[in-house]
Design a protein around this ligand. Structure first.
Ligand SMILES: *[C@@H]1O[C@H](CO)[C@@H](O)[C@H](O)[C@H]1NC(C)=O
Ligand SMILES: *[C@@H]1O[C@H](CO)[C@@H](O)[C@H](O)[C@H]1NC(C)=O
Ligand SMILES: *[C@@H]1O[C@H](CO)[C@@H](O)[C@H](O)[C@H]1NC(C)=O
Ligand SMILES: *[C@@H]1O[C@H](CO)[C@@H](O)[C@H](O)[C@H]1NC(C)=O
Ligand SMILES: *[C@@H]1O[C@H](CO)[C@@H](O)[C@H](O)[C@H]1NC(C)=O
Ligand SMILES: *[C@@H]1O[C@H](CO)[C@@H](O)[C@H](O)[C@H]1NC(C)=O
Ligand SMILES: *[C@@H]1O[C@H](CO)[C@@H](O)[C@H](O)[C@H]1NC(C)=O
Length: 681
């Protein structure tokens, strides 16, 4: 569920020189993490680049696009593409080009409507980024293509693989150095490609969905939505958010239904069923690519050579041959990616070769559009915040209070209450803009914090202490960094201090993307009226007072979404998969409680559940060498850990590395720790 990231690049070649405060906070990566679900409702913070103020906003992408137009003749729907994407011509096979320093990119051209027989029908270009395997496909140790599926719904799979592909590859690959020859065919180490794709309507995949005329208007809408405050934080928030959801839902539905923009029809084809068909297409195309790639290599050999790397050429040909219609899936799906995994496994059970299902959203609950099975463990996560803070002491936790965790909890709640109806005005300085810190802002931040404890908890403790003394400066900095707007470098002056708007490159996210997917997926017509919705908010708030109201806003975003997708898979979401699946999570996940994992396993016989005894959303937020090894074994050998296996966390928020004396894979641990501090799904 949800999230997005901003890369924090500073001017001056990455030197963290924005200002003293920024230096003070530099240990904390201040990434925007927005809970997939909540982001839907409030609208996302998408980046618009402001060139000299609101009136003259232009979108950086256009600059790049017009330059590229000289080399390629691209259609209007492609005009905003940046980076390597603007140079890649969509094709009907996987034709890779090098991109993003170590990756391979391609744009695969597929029908918008998989059920249409019209050869001139609308098309979609799927943006794909692949971290190539450490060995070529002709090598017997080549393991295949691992599909890495992030959450949202609607998050960029390209962005995710660019950030976390290396971590995932390090986990699933054999730890044997691939440059060491190893030809015992009975015990081959395996090395994998890791692929991420932007789903239909999203980011670098075209056409993009947009219910706004331009990015500035979307940005303004989202900013105002956030200013209304989360439901329940002000007298008017529910009234206004209700009206906003109705208005935007009606706009999106009208746009897709009219002929004003032909590409807006994508809204009818963004639900999970056609997405599964896209995955099938890509794994089939991968089979074709693998065969061609091997043929190309073999053709390059000397005529008389019948062996390559110790194998008979004929064996290479057999092994790499495209098994048309039978190519299998290797998968790791997080959060909403678990819904994608369940849907794939129900639709194509014979294709599952490996599947790690991580941070389980309850599939039936998701398809009912109810969001009632998310908050069962959120209180337990908060409980650990107080407990670990108490254990860690004042050096490591700024909120530490003598007298035990009960005292810390009470202080936490006092600080919270102190903001109610009593926002802090931040005057700002040369690099921090004047701002207001509200009760709703704090709710948002705590919501982010429970998702990714290692990244946020020490910072959150410090922010709370500042708020206690009515000092909102550090909070304003965090807030401004997350807004994801930026001014062009030439307006940022020659020397520091720079404002956060100078430090963060634009990161475009389209709020409607999530809505388009999850509202089309739900199989019930929404009949909630205002009073029924208010009762629903009360129910979720009762489940958890911090996350409840914002999760309710997910359902709210669908209230006027009147689009029926062209093709939907009705379920049931059960099946006998070709190979059993590995269901994982943390024991305390604030948005996908571990009980969902057991429920998932019951629907897919043979699958087994294992959990990390830690906190956070998905196993990538809680470094655990034990879990990493289980996942590696599963990919290397197919063996699953015993159902109910509990792994120790190698690091915990506030407390640090749990057993420093027992770390045997230092490099892997460092990589896991990096991902746990830079996570978004
Ligand atoms: C470029 O696009 C225009 C407008 O779609 C079209 O008329 C023209 O033939 C295209 N040129 C090339 C070289 O494809
Ligand atoms: C794929 O990426 C690797 C690593 O950057 C690069 O060496 C190779 O040329 C790329 N291949 C293609 C076809 O893009
Ligand atoms: C659409 O195509 C898929 C296969 O691509 C098929 O399973 C499904 O039944 C089709 N749906 C309709 C409505 O024809
Ligand atoms: C919606 O999907 C859920 C989960 O698969 C199922 O239990 C329910 O019966 C479905 N409802 C309708 C109206 O199809
Ligand atoms: C407010 O907090 C910031 C960051 O923690 C600190 O640098 C600053 O000195 C504080 N201001 C006052 C008036 O205490
Ligand atoms: C879209 O993809 C680009 C890489 O092409 C990435 O840098 C950017 O962060 C992505 N945007 C979002 C909103 O994820
Ligand atoms: C796995 O363990 C859970 C909880 O202990 C149990 O409910 C479930 O039936 C087990 N599943 C299998 C396949 O053994």
């Amino acid at each position: 569920m949800k999230g997005q990231s901003g890369t924090h690049k500073h001017l001056n070649g990455g030197e963290n020189s924005a200002n003293n405060l920024q230096n003070a906070l530099a240990n904390f990566s201040l990434r925007a993490i927005i809970l997939c679900a909540a982001a839907v409702a409030l609208g996302n913070w998408m980046g618009c680049t402001f060139w000299g103020g609101w009136n003259s906003c232009r979108i950086l992408d256009h600059m790049t696009a017009s330059e590229d137009a000289k080399t390629t003749n691209r259609s209007a729907v492609d005009a905003f593409l940046t980076g390597p994407w603007s140079m890649i011509k969509p094709s009907r096979e996987l034709v890779y080009t090098p991109c993003f320093d170590g990756f391979n990119c391609t744009r695969l051209d597929v029908p918008m409507d998989w059920n249409s027989t019209d050869p001139d029908g609308h098309r979609v270009s799927l943006a794909i980024a692949k971290l190539p395997a450490k060995v070529p496909v002709t090598d017997p140790r080549y393991g295949g293509l691992l599909w890495l599926q992030t959450g949202g719904p609607g998050s960029s799979g390209v962005n995710f693989v660019l950030n976390h592909g290396k971590t995932v590859q390090m986990i699933v690959d054999s730890k044997i150095d691939p440059s060491i020859p190893h030809y015992d065919p009975s015990d081959l180490p395996k090395y994998y490609d890791v692929l991420g794709m932007d789903p239909r309507g999203i980011n670098n995949t075209t056409p993009r969905i947009s219910c706004f005329p331009d990015m500035l208007s979307r940005y303004a809408w989202n900013l105002q939505s956030r200013a209304e405050g989360i439901i329940g934080t002000s007298e008017s928030s529910l009234d206004n958010l209700w009206a906003r959801a109705n208005t935007l839902g009606e706009r999106c539905s009208k746009m897709a239904g009219s002929s004003e923009k032909p590409e807006a029809k994508i809204a009818f084809h963004m639900n999970t069923a056609p997405f599964i068909r896209d995955i099938v297409e890509i794994i089939e195309q991968h089979g074709k690519w693998r065969q061609k790639e091997a043929e190309r290599t073999l053709a390059g050999l000397k005529e008389y050579s019948t062996h390559i790397q110790g194998q008979k050429a004929a064996d290479v040909t057999t092994r790499t041959k495209w098994r048309k219609g039978e190519e299998q899936l290797l998968y790791w799906g997080l959060s909403y990616g678990t819904v994608v995994g369940a849907t794939f496994a129900a639709m194509q059970p014979h294709r599952i070769a490996r599947a790690v299902i991580d941070g389980v959203a309850d599939t039936p609950d998701y398809y009912r559009g109810e969001w009632l099975k998310n908050l069962q463990d959120t209180d337990a996560v908060l409980g650990r915040f107080w407990e670990y803070c108490d254990k860690a002491g004042p050096e490591l936790c700024a909120l530490y209070t003598a007298g035990g965790q009960g005292e810390i909890k009470q202080r936490f709640q006092r600080i919270f209450t102190s903001l109610q109806g009593n926002p802090i005005g931040v005057v700002g300085d040369g690099s921090i803009a004047p701002d207001l810190i509200t009760y709703s802002d704090l709710l948002w931040t705590i919501r982010q914090a429970v998702y990714v404890p290692l990244q946020y908890w020490p910072m959150l403790a410090a922010l709370l202490v500042d708020i206690e003394s009515r000092n909102g400066t550090s909070f304003a900095l965090l807030k401004q960094q997350e807004l994801q707007i930026s001014v062009p470098p030439d307006q940022c002056g020659e020397a520091p201090p720079y404002t956060p708007y100078c430090a963060i490159p634009p990161n475009k996210d389209l709020g409607e993307t999530r809505t388009a997917i999850l509202c089309s997926d739900r199989n019930t017509t929404y009949d909630l009226d205002r009073s029924a919705f208010a009762a629903y908010v009360a129910k979720l708030t009762d489940q958890n007072w911090i996350l409840g109201p914002s999760v309710a806003q997910v359902r709210l975003s669908c209230v006027r979404w009147n689009l029926s997708p062209k093709w939907r898979f009705p379920g049931p979401f059960v099946g006998e998969t070709a190979h059993p699946m590995m269901i994982v999570g943390t024991a305390r996940d604030p948005i996908t409680p571990i009980r969902n994992a057991y429920a998932f396993a019951r629907r897919f016989p043979g699958s087994s559940v294992s959990a990390i005894d830690g906190e956070g959303h998905t196993v990538l937020t809680a470094p655990s060498l034990c879990m990493a090894r289980h996942i590696r074994t599963y990919f290397q050998t197919g063996l699953l850990p015993t159902n109910g296996t509990i792994c120790e966390a190698s690091e915990k928020a506030f407390l640090g590395i749990t057993k420093p004396g027992e770390i045997d894979e230092q490099e892997l641990l460092e990589q896991l720790r990096w991902s746990a501090r830079n996570f978004f799904a």
